[in-house]
Every structure is written in structure tokens, then in C-alpha cells.
Design a protein around this ligand. Sequence first.
Ligand code: BV8
Ligand code: ZN
Length: 244
Amino acid sequence: MFSDKLISRLKDAKLVAVFTGAGISAESGVPTFRGEDGLWKKFRPEELANFDAFIRNPDLVWEWYRYRKKIIADIKPNPGHYALAEMEKRHEHFAIITQNIDNLHRRAGSKTVYELHGNIERNYCIDCRKSYSNKEIIAQEKAPRCTCGGLIRPDVVWFGEFLPQDQWDAGEAAAERAEVFFSVGTSAVVYPAASLPMIAKRAGAYVVEINLERTELSHQADEVLLGKSGEILPKLINACYQNK
Ligand code: BV8
Ligand code: ZN
């Protein structure tokens, strides 16, 4: 299933970077955005995941995020997340660069995790930027309000919003230095995140895609492994590190 080239490059790699999307959390029960059970099927991103939609209809946007916060509160990491936490221990430098907001990589034990699109467990006031945990706001029926009266929003990156500069800079630097770069469970259509695999490739990385289906990235990847990340990643750990 894995080429000799991948196994030998991975064995010797000093820096490995793994770019992940909603697909790696699918086997934990988190719906993806664009797949069959995709979240965007019921709601269109333009209606929900952008600031104007939020200001126009904060209660609707909050209904969607409450729905997702509830899903995410009840789930746990799957073998794919644990395999990446294991992989991190085997390399001098290792980074996960995730588009996911579900915090599952950290909960699986991964240490270096850059969150490009925020984290659904965090919220903040759009006026005074005071932060709020889910516990503090989840009970409120409508869109929660801050003590200052301002609207509280989820701490996630919406369309048309800049990514957190420090997370993007760190993720981009990891992609530029990686000897092996994995793209796992992402349709690779949302920018600037989706530019990371090509940044890595141009800098000389061996780019491996692990996904249920082919994507826009597939024809540029050095190796494409089609299947479930929760099955492929543990097999890769066995194939590469069993006697390391
Ligand atoms: C920005 C909110 C600068 C958080 C999200 C035209 C052309 C190019 C770009 C643009 C354009 N018009 C606008 C843009 C920019 C825009 C963009 O890229 N739009 C795209 C859609 C065309 N990007 C932005 O706006 C970004 N900001 O550019 O700022 C700027 C500033 C001001 C003015 C202009 C520009 C902000 C992007 C962040 C948006 N936020 N979500 C939330 O609520 O979650 S996007 C959403 O998509 C999520 O964040 C998600 O992470 C992201 C990517 O989706 P994926 O993770 O890839 O998930 P998806 O369902 O698509 O795919 C899952 C894959 O897994 C599938 O392939 C499936 O086959 C596979 N899979 C399923 N199960 C498994 C599996 N694989 C393995 N195993 C399994 N078991
Ligand atoms: Zn406030």
C-alpha cells in the first residue's frame, strides 16, 4: 500500500508536517462540509460562515454553531488522530496544521498543532473581545450577549476573514521546511489553507495525500492513498516505525 520511497523518506525525515481537514474527524462522527453527509448540504456557507450573515441573523448562525458544538462535545479522537500523535514522537520536528476547529488533535495527544480556522471551544465578544468558554454561553437560548452588551461569536475564521497570523506563519514555515508533507481528509478548496501542499512541494517536500476520494490536489501529490484516514494512518505507523 505504501511505496518504498514514502517509507524511506518518512523514516529519515527530520521534519514532518501534516495538513488536516474535516475528513480526519469524520470517523469520530463529525460531519464534513462538502461530503455526502456534508454540513453545507443543509446550510450554505455564504448563509452562515461569514460575518455579514452573523450580523444579519445572529440567532440562525448561533443555531448552527450550537448544533456543531453539541456534536463536538460528544465525540472523541479516532485512530487517525492517535496515529498522528504517535508519529509526532518519532520525529525531531513535527507539526499538524489543521483547518478543523474540533480540537481532536490535541485531545489525541498531539503537541504541535496550528489551528488555521480557529477553535469551536472558544468564543469572544465582537465589541470588547472578552473571551467566553462554551460552558458560559451554551445555556443561553438566542445569540449570547457579553456583559458589555456586545454580541458574542464563535472563535472561528469565517469566509472573508483573515486567518490568525501566528498560526498561518507557523503553518507556512512548517510546510516550507517539511521533508514529508501529508494532506489528510481535506477537499483542498479553501484558501489560503489549501495552498500549503504546493508550498511544501515547491520547497522540496514529498507530498502524500490521504483521502476518501481524489481532490484538486491529487494530480500534484507525489503519492495518493485513497481510503479512510482512520485505517490508513495506523497502517502507515506499523509499516514505518515498527522496528524504529
Ligand atoms: C481569506 C468556518 C483573506 C469555520 C470555514 C475565490 C477563489 C479562491 C479563494 C476565494 C475565492 N473567493 C473567496 C475566496 C477566499 C475564501 C475561499 O477559499 N473560498 C473558497 C470556498 C472558494 N477563503 C477565505 O475567505 C479565507 N479567508 O481568504 O482571508 C481575505 C480577507 C479579506 C477579503 C478577502 C480575502 C477564510 C477561509 C476559512 C473559512 N472558514 N469554516 C467553521 O465553521 O468550521 S471553511 C470550512 O472549509 C472549514 O473551515 C473547513 O476546515 C474548510 C475546508 O473544508 P475541508 O476541511 O476540506 O472539509 P471538506 O468537507 O471540504 O472535505 C473533507 C474531505 O475529507 C473530502 O474530500 C472527503 O472525501 C474526505 N473524507 C471524508 N471522510 C474521510 C475523508 N478522508 C479520509 N478519511 C475519511 N474517513
Ligand atoms: Zn463585550
